[in-house]
Ligand binder design. Sequence first.
Ligand code: NAD
Length: 243
Amino acid sequence: MDLFSLSGKTALVTGARTGIGRAIAVGLAAAGAKLVLLGRGDLSGISSSVIDVVSVDLEDPSALSPALAPVLEAHQIDVLVNNAGTIGRGPASSVSLEDWRRVLSVNLDSAFVLSQLVGNQMLAAGSGKIVNIASLLSFQGGILVPAYTASKHALAGLTKALANEWASSNVQVNAIAPGYIATNNTAVLQADPEREPAISSRIPAGRWGSPEDLVGAAVFLSSRASDYVTGHVLVVDGGWMGR
Ligand code: NAD
């Protein structure tokens, strides 16, 4: 018996077009899962395991229920990965309410609505795994990213709240907190001649993470190997937090 096999399982991954979401989707498929991808842009060509695609903008969480209804009719979702995220950079003193709400809508509200919609199906089935992509800024204050930091702290809290509520129904809810991962999201930092060396020299592993560095944690938290793990935020950061 392979504890990590996802054969026969269906995983719904948000924001799988690029970066961490794409690597996780490909990794779950390699472990045997069929994929339902949800997000913006062209989601075709990511993996031959894709069985359905939902095109929706997560800035409008109210669009999720109608968009997801046919998917939930057609498929039993065993694994939900709330990965899609956005970041707004700038001082708290001048962030607009519109920008604040945009970040919270994508990073938190949509993760909640999706967890509720898919979670209800999992509760009825008596099993399921939800994996939220949190951040080091689920623990720390960050620099010039107040809405992002608030959203990721709240996502960690939501993870624990849902985990407590759903543990007795065999639905596990966990999060992964990536460290500094080289993706579009961090392109500004990677290109900053002052901040990039300050970051990379502080990472004990001696390098930025790649999206593929998150795959092991995602497969673990999606598989029966983690059946007694719930409400946990698993840091994958090359040692940053322990330093
Ligand atoms: P990315 O920009 O490559 O991926 C973000 C994904 O979210 C994209 O596929 C994008 O299409 C999707 N998305 C954004 N806004 C959306 C919207 N309104 N509607 C639908 N989809 C939307 O960056 P990434 O680094 O791969 O980010 C993935 C997740 O990892 C995010 O939640 C991010 O906060 C988190 N994260 C990243 C890092 C890092 O260092 N890169 C660190 C900690 C956490």
